[in-house]
Ligand binder design. Structure first.
Ligand SMILES: Nc1ncnc2c1ncn2[C@@H]1O[C@H](COP(=O)(O)OP(=O)(O)O)[C@@H](O)[C@H]1O
Ligand SMILES: [Mg+2]
Length: 598
């Protein structure tokens, strides 16, 4: 229960709603225990009045007597109906307050988790799978809701009902009360036991079901591979095999459930038999009236379901505890990229790496070793190196996706850790190596990251033109309103890259970082793009990460990385003169380009 402490703040937030809910529970049960008492009066009246009937036989008053008798019974019936209506009405209000409260808590909790997710850094996302992130915000939250709604409601309901019923029963006859409620704990325990079995079997079913979901998801997204390797039949067999397992598990559960209800009814029946037997003896002794027996039978039945649900409620609480534990695990993770609340300042654009070394925390791979370089505002730098040489890591440190282990990254002479994180990221136009477009229009994909009031279609178009993708977009069926991403048109890799370049440019950044984002375009397009970008990049610090040499572009400095280290640094001319790694790379590229062209 301690684990559910995190929910208390929400219960406190909705304390008035909860209090009103408890009030309705009390009212509803109050009306509930009244009706058996009406039944008692009715039964007692019938037994006594029936015996008076003999006096009216052959007096001519018999019909009057019977009519009067019928009317009284009708009246009792009406009272019972009215009481039931009130009980139902307050039951409705009870659900309306408490279940609605649990929905509100669910909503708050989802927002809390989602907001927290957004704050966590890349390392967190590398360590945890998307499925895991999703299930905590969906399944786990709804399990916790079963605690804050139904579990709390049924528990309070049981307590209130139990007190009221036992109180009224004891007032009638303590001995009979004791005998009749004797089988109830047995009922509660056995249901709890059976529930445990059901619970375990349901878990197994759930696991199998999610496995089935994974299989089908993978086979839909990998359908091309399946078809080209002619594995349809194999996949079918595999899938139906797993379905078979799922079926067996569900049938197994159905068998357990089949004995569940008979047990409940048997035990309830036992209580009723006991009530009538012992009650009957006491009627004979004159201790109670036949009406009391009728009343008790109804009480027993009123207690049955709440007691039967104790096991269920306990299972709900157990599940909620486990789920809340999983949720808290994530909520307690603090982003390692600290959020320092500094005033946001304008960036001028100088970039400096001072003896930076960096190791990926999740894998222990050292990606950068003692990197130092300086870029003045407005300069253009190329970072060149083979795949795996640490180029992307360098770019990610600059936008503070990670913090360096040793050394520091400075912007305008200030450690990035001392700069307002959001202001920093907002003023750097970073295009990552793996482009990602949202399932939205091209327009919105480019405008992503702008404040709503800053969205201007001229700027979007201008950015697209600089990124050399404007013409491509105008060729799309609905131009800028065309849907892209998972549910939209299929764009080529190069088009996606250029749209993501436009997205970075539209922010009007002081510093631009392109991570291998021209890899999917051909040489001619590349020349066009660089030509168009030339204009835009004037006066902006530019860092272009690439595995290919752009000889047409005038870089102030070229940094050559290998295995996380800077092995050469200089201008195109000086590096060519040096005849080192850069020179070799250039020569090799010339040969392949000629071969392709020829
Ligand atoms: N998210 C990551 N987690 C762990 N290791 C990584 C991650 N990204 C890259 N690496 C490793 O760091 C090294 C440098 O990678 P990267 O910076 O992506 O090189 P490049 O961009 O030059 O291809 C590689 O050995 C790579 O395997
Ligand atoms: Mg890379």
């Amino acid at each position: 229960m301690n684990k559910l402490r995190s929910i208390n703040k929400y219960l406190y937030k909705y304390r008035f709603r909860l209090a009103i809910g408890i009030f309705f529970i009390a009212l509803s049960n109050g009306f509930g225990v009244l009706s058996p008492q009406v039944v008692r009066h009715a039964v007692d009246m019938i037994t006594t009045e029936i015996s008076y009937n003999q006096y009216f036989v052959d007096t001519g008053l018999e019909t009057d007597f019977i009519r009067h008798f019928g009317k009284t019974i009708l009246l009792f019936g009406l009272i019972v109906v009215v009481l039931a209506i009130f009980r139902g009405l307050f039951l409705f209000f009870m659900r309306q307050t408490i279940i609605v409260m649990s929905r509100l808590i669910e909503y708050d909790q989802k927002n809390e988790i989602y907001n927290h997710y957004q704050k966590l850094d890349l390392d967190f996302y590398k360590r945890n799978t998307t499925g895991d992130l999703m299930s905590r915000i969906t399944e786990d939250v709804s399990r916790v809701r079963m605690y804050s709604g139904p579990a709390i409601m049924y528990t309070i309901n049981l307590l209130v009902l139990f007190m009221l019923v036992i109180f009224t029963m004891v007032r009638v006859n303590a001995e009979l009360t004791l005998y009749t409620i004797l089988p109830l704990p047995v009922l509660g325990l056995s249901i709890f036991f059976v529930n445990g079995i059901i619970e375990r079997k349901s878990e197994a079913i759930q696991r199998q079901l999610s496995f089935l979901t994974t299989i089908s998801q993978e086979s839909f997204s990998g359908i091309r591979v399946i078809k080209s390797y002619v594995q349809e039949r194999f996949m079918n067999a595999y899938f139906s095999g797993e379905c078979e397992k799922y079926k067996m598990k569900t049938l197994d559960l159905a068998r357990v459930e089949a004995v569940y209800f008979p047990i409940i009814f048997l035990l309830v029946g036992l209580s009723t038999v006991l009530t009538i037997f012992i009650g009957g003896l006491q009627v004979i002794e004159g201790k109670i009236t036949p009406g009391n027996i009728a009343e008790f039978v109804i009480y027993i039945n009123m207690l049955t379901w709440p007691i039967a649900s104790v096991g269920w409620v306990m299972a709900l609480v157990q599940r909620a505890v486990a789920s809340q534990k999983r949720i808290d695990e994530f909520l307690n993770i603090q982003p390692s990229i600290a959020f320092i609340h500094m005033p946001s300042s304008e960036i001028r654009g100088s970039v400096e790496f001072q003896n930076v070394s960096f190791t990926y925390p999740n894998t222990g791979i050292q990606a950068l070793k003692n990197i130092s370089f300086r870029v003045s505002p407005g300069q253009r730098v190329a970072v060149i190196g083979r795949t795996g040489s640490g180029k992307s890591s360098l770019g990610q440190l600059l936008v503070r996706m990670y913090d360096p282990e040793v050394g520091s990254v400075l912007i305008d002479g200030k450690d990035v850790r001392a700069i307002n994180l959001f202001a920093l990221r907002r003023q750097i136009g970073y295009v990552s190596q793996d482009v990602f477009l949202f399932s939205d229009s091209v327009f919105n994909n480019i405008a992503f990251g702008l404040e709503t009031e800053d969205v201007d279609s001229n700027n979007i178009k201008e950015a697209a033109t600089y990124a050399s993708v404007d013409r491509d977009i105008l060729d799309l069926p609905e131009k800028y309103e065309t849907m892209v991403g998972e549910r939209g048109v299929t764009l080529s890799g190069g088009q996606k890259q250029r749209i993501s370049i436009a997205r970075a440019l539209v922010k009007d950044p002081k510093i631009v970082v392109f991570d291998d984002c021209l890899s999917a375009v051909d040489a001619q397009t590349e020349i066009n793009i660089l030509g168009n970008l030339n204009e835009f990049l004037k006066g902006r610090t530019t860092i272009i990460i690439t595995h290919r040499i752009f000889s047409l572009f005038n870089f102030d400095t070229i940094i050559v990385l290998d295995d996380g280290e800077i092995i050469e640094q200089g201008t195109h001319e000086s590096l060519m003169k040096g005849q080192g790694a850069y020179y070799e790379l250039y020569e090799k590229q010339q040969i392949t380009e000629k071969a392709v062209a020829g």
